[in-house]
Design a protein around this ligand. Structure first.
Ligand code: BTN
Length: 243
């Protein structure tokens, strides 16, 4: 099921408020969000009629972070097909990057019923037709399909392709969970690289990204110690030999 709204505050908020009214796997998209939200309480900017903003209602997940893996893999597939760029990858946990520029971001929010996880609303924003000016206003290095391949896309057509790909990945997840999670890990290309961990309290730590554990947390090593990084941002650093 794909519903496309002309305007909404945030597709995540919309779907969270009406979670029980929608079936498992329902997708709600909007051509404009007036209060789009990103991770860590940041605003999310979407150029009206020009970018993708959609949210998915997941009701059958073993673990909350699996939502981001399903939506992320679907978005990576559509982005690679549309732009013909193969070198797109996940920057932990689920941002899609082209080189050092962000193409898409994911916000997953749990739905709790009597203290238990009843489901997850997983929203994704993808920069599609945003031009240089719009991307500049984001305040961090960002890119779009248009910036990557020089042509504009019909948003409704991309929404349909993405909804189908999410459906396919969700079915595959139900049948071959381990395979989906393996693919998600494989596309997290920063494993092995030196990154800066930026904790929500402002602390920073330079460490080597050594892997992702079964709960989706980033495992990093520094000076013989291991850190489990659950929440925050990572910054890609040049490898030590290039500095
Ligand atoms: C991030 O990179 O910080 C996550 C961005 C998530 C944005 C999407 S757009 C659709 C959905 N609705 C929202 O308000 N946020 C997500």
């Amino acid at each position: 099921m794909l519903i496309v709204l002309d305007q909404v505050d945030s597709t995540n908020t919309f779907l969270k408020d009406r979670f029980d009214e929608f079936p498992d796997g329902a997708v709600v998209a909007a051509l404009e969000q007036t209060a789009g939200r990103g991770r860590l309480n940041r605003p999310w900017f979407q150029q009206k009629n020009n970018d993708i903003a959609l949210s998915v209602a997941f009701k059958n997940l073993e673990c909350g972070f699996h939502a981001g893996a399903i939506v992320g893999l679907a978005a990576l597939e559509v982005a690679r097909e549309a732009t013909a760029k193969k070198d797109l990858f996940f920057k932990w946990p689920n941002d899609i990057y082209a080189g050092e520029k962000k193409l898409a971001g994911i916000l997953s929010e749990g739905i709790l019923r009597q203290g238990k996880l009843a489901g997850v609303v997983c929203g994704i924003g993808i920069n599609v037709n945003s031009d240089e000016n719009a991307l500049f206003s984001v305040g961090q290095p960002a890119t779009s399909f248009f910036a990557l391949c020089g042509r504009k896309f019909e948003i409704k057509n991309l929404l349909e392709r993405l909804e189908k790909s999410i459906g396919r990945h969700y079915i595959k997840y139900e049948r071959e969970r381990a395979q989906i999670l393996r693919e998600w890990r494989q596309q997290n290309r920063l494993v092995g690289q030196v990154v800066e961990l930026r904790f929500p309290d402002g602390k920073r730590l330079e460490a080597r990204f050594s892997g992702i554990d079964d709960d989706g947390n980033l495992i990093a090593s520094h000076g013989g110690e291991t850190t489990v990084f659950r929440c925050g941002d990572i910054k890609i650093l040049p490898s030590l030999k290039d500095r």
